[in-house]
Design a protein. Structure first.
Length: 329
């Protein structure tokens, strides 16, 4: 700071104010100091700043899987919101093994220069219900299932399934078959529960369920099998990749979509990737989920109380295209 002060013709205190974003500096002085910083290659010492102000302006983000479409979208939204508020993010992935718990993730994150953390709950952990965040590290969990220990937010998976089932039944289909995601996935499990409950509410018993792995090939195999299910006129796949695979499998087995079998997916991930996409789907608002998760943790970092034990589920949006036939007409 002495070198920058000498170059700019100001005091070291003025350089400190500029580096810390203080408003108590005239604009022309700020510009002169910033020019000196650029010329000399000055960079603020964030460790020293954290010691002085008690904050790093950095949020940790924990993920089980960084490749999943929804997780990528959520991460992008968190990163964008963080940047808008002057924060950075630090990434941490939970690998396989016995330490696949929230507590283990917290212990690792506490060793890093972060003010709070967001956990994207792709899978259930053994300590989810009894996990208690440390008092000095605010935690937000992206999960549809609430917990009394920290704030949560996620997509409304149950509501998503209910919308799909009601939509297909209202279009004259007598039941709805389901291609579920992997059993380890919380989102897939909640979509299964929502599908079953929606059918029960209409006085129907759920037909046999098929389980995939989120990939299109598993949807294709399910589509081949569903083509031989007597009375199957409607299929609800837990994501668009499996839905698109199911369409190809149904067609390979001699079925027409939507003339013989209607298909609906989830997440609207194929638009812009698959040309002439005609797949009706449920679009998840991943951007809002990520932004709300960041807002929750930032508010805690700044001393605000955010309610726990509240189910904060953001609705999905039905996007109608051309893969559903209306049998009432």
């Amino acid at each position: 700071m002495q070198d920058v002060a000498a170059e700019a013709g100001v005091s070291p205190q003025t350089v400190s104010r500029v580096a810390n974003g203080s408003a108590a500096v005239r604009s022309e002085t700020r510009e002169r100091v910033e020019a000196a910083m650029r010329k000399l290659g000055y960079r603020p010492n964030y460790a020293a700043r954290a010691l002085k102000h008690g904050r790093f302006n950095d949020i940790g983000v924990v993920m089980f899987d960084m490749s999943a479409y929804g997780n990528v979208r959520i991460l992008n939204a968190i990163s964008t919101a963080a940047n808008e508020h002057g924060y950075a993010i630090t990434m941490l992935t939970i690998g396989q093994g016995r330490d696949r718990t929230l507590q283990a993730a917290v212990e690792r994150m506490k060793q890093l220069p972060v003010d709070g953390m967001i956990v994207v709950m792709e899978e259930q952990t053994t300590d989810f219900l009894d996990f208690t965040p440390p008092t000095d590290l605010p935690v937000v969990v992206i999960s549809e299932n609430p917990t009394d220990h920290c704030p949560t937010v996620d997509a409304d998976q149950h509501g998503c399934s209910r919308t799909v089932v009601d939509y297909l039944l209202n279009h004259g289909h007598r039941t709805v078959y389901h291609i579920a995601g992997p059993r380890t996935s919380i989102a897939a499990t909640n979509r299964v529960e929502g599908w079953q409950q929606a059918l029960q509410e209409r006085g129907l018993t759920a037909p046999p369920m098929y389980t995939g792995d989120w990939e299109a090939d598993s949807g294709y195999q399910a589509g081949l099998a569903l083509a031989h299910e007597s009375g199957c006129t409607a299929v609800y796949a837990a994501n668009d990749q499996m839905a698109y695979g199911a369409i190809l499998g149904l067609r390979a087995a001699g079925k027409r979509v939507p003339e013989d079998v209607s298909v609906i997916g989830v997440d609207d991930s194929l638009v812009g990737t698959v040309p002439r996409l005609g797949l009706t789907t449920m679009r998840m608002n991943f951007d809002e989920i990520g932004r709300e998760a960041f807002s929750m943790v930032m508010r805690q970092c700044e001393g605000e109380s955010v309610p726990c034990g509240v189910r904060h589920a953001i609705p999905a949006e039905l996007v109608e295209r051309a893969s559903v036939r209306d049998l009432t007409r």
